[in-house]
Write a protein that binds this ligand. Structure first.
Ligand SMILES: *Cc1c(COP(=O)(O)O)cnc(C)c1O
Length: 393
């Protein structure tokens, strides 16, 4: 099937178990797929936009209700939808960061946080991680003091990833936020790997903002995401426009400059909304996801020479694994070189690992059934055995 000249229908999640670290929890639900078809047209959510004209006020489809539900679900006070977590970071950075201001990031921060800081003219200062690849409140305090000595003032904003993209480790955001607040630093909770995957309670975490990614973790089309704020902060980041045209004297009412007025105007938003009830439900069963992940981890770690680079036992389904002493030793002599692993996995209906990677790679089992997890586990062990690696019973 083709969607047009040169555009073939993508059939990845239909034909394979996809363990791509960034795609697993963004895979659409059946309801989101229906929404994609029904709301594909441009500005399709605007049919029933009435005064005051703003996306988050639209009642049909129930966009206003969705905003309230998401705020309640995250235990935050106000929510807006944004075209990706990165646009959430950007809105917050543009609100608090002026040229030359120091901003607190971590040694595991995602590049999009750096982009947001750069765009606002800020200067990145990273909390270093310990040997265990975790960001601690003590390291945060030490870094803030260091920034104060360097700049004569504390950072104006902090971005803390609850689960980082490199190791999938869980960091103690609540404790770090507490430290940051002692210096009056607003804290952005980066939930790109958590919002939509596991329960998130903004008030319990004590953060000022919660950012989530629709296409990474909420089974939504790209680009989509959410930015939630506390009541204390919502009037800052979601302030309304004050600009006026000098000739026409036009003003723009309740439009919000950080949201460029309106954000997700069709398929992205309705896709996210359609998946939401499923997403809400699935976060309550993250234990099942972890159990399935451990089935695969046990199999991988039974292959001699394989080590887990992420914290262990795993607390998230996205893991960084080191197979330099196992799968990579085969690549040296295999006729397919490093591509043998991906190729052997695809023969078994598995995709999502970087082609050619046999040294250090990441995978995510989110959304697999127990049966699929067992198939994954069996496949890794079988490929190892076939290639002469030792597998512990
Ligand atoms: C994927 C990711 C992002 C970016 O999310 P988008 O929704 O694509 O903007 C930000 N932070 C982390 C930790 C991520 O893993």
């Amino acid at each position: 099937m083709r969607c047009g000249q040169g555009i073939e229908a993508r059939q990845v999640d239909e034909l394979f178990i996809n363990i791509d670290p960034i795609q697993a929890a963004g895979r659409l639900t059946g309801d989101a797929m229906k929404a994609v078809i029904a709301y594909g047209d441009g500005y399709s959510v605007c049919d029933n936009c009435r005064k005051p004209n703003r996306l988050d006020y639209i009642a049909k489809p129930p966009i206003a209700e969705f905003h309230k539900d998401v705020a309640k679900w995250l235990n935050m006070d106000a929510v807006r939808t944004v075209p990706g977590a990165r646009r959430g970071f950007q809105a917050v950075a543009q609100t608090y960061v002026k040229k030359g201001d120091p901003v607190l990031l971590t040694s595991l921060s995602h590049y999009t946080e750096f982009m947001a800081v750069e765009g606002a003219g800020g200067i990145a200062r990273e909390i270093p991680v310990g040997d265990d690849k975790r960001v601690t409140p003590d390291a945060a305090a030490a870094k803030i003091e260091e920034v104060k000595r360097e700049f004569g003032r504390a950072p104006v904003l902090a971005f803390i990833d609850h689960v980082d993209y490199q190791y999938g480790n869980i960091h103690d955001v609540a404790a770090i936020a507490k430290v940051a607040h002692q210096y009056d630093i607003p804290v952005v909770y980066n939930g790109a790997y958590t919002v939509g995957v596991m329960p998130v309670d903004g008030k319990a975490l004590g953060v000022d903002f919660v950012v989530g990614s629709g296409h990474k973790s909420m089974a939504a089309p790209a680009p989509s995401g959410i930015l939630a704020a506390t009541a204390e902060r919502e009037n800052e980041v979601f302030r309304t426009t004050a600009i006026e045209g000098d000739v026409t004297k036009r003003r723009f009412g309740i439009k919000e400059p950080e949201m460029m007025g309106c954000t997700l105007m069709g398929v992205t938003l309705v896709g996210m909304m359609a998946s939401f009830p499923h997403v809400k439900e699935r976060t309550l069963h993250f234990d099942r996801e972890l159990a399935n992940h451990h089935v695969v981890m046990d199999a991988l770690l039974s292959i001699e020479g394989t080590t887990c680079m992420s914290e262990y036992p795993r607390k998230h389904t996205m893991t960084r694994i080191n197979t330099i002493e196992s799968f990579d030793t085969v690549a040296e002599t295999h006729k397919k070189r490093g591509y043998y692993l991906q190729s052997a996995l695809e023969e078994r209906g598995i995709t999502g690992i970087i082609p050619g990677a046999t040294k250090i790679w990441k995978f995510n089992t989110y959304g697999t059934t127990k049966k699929q997890a067992e198939h994954l586990a069996g496949a890794f062990v079988e490929i190892a055995r076939e290639n002469g690696l030792t597998v512990r019973e």
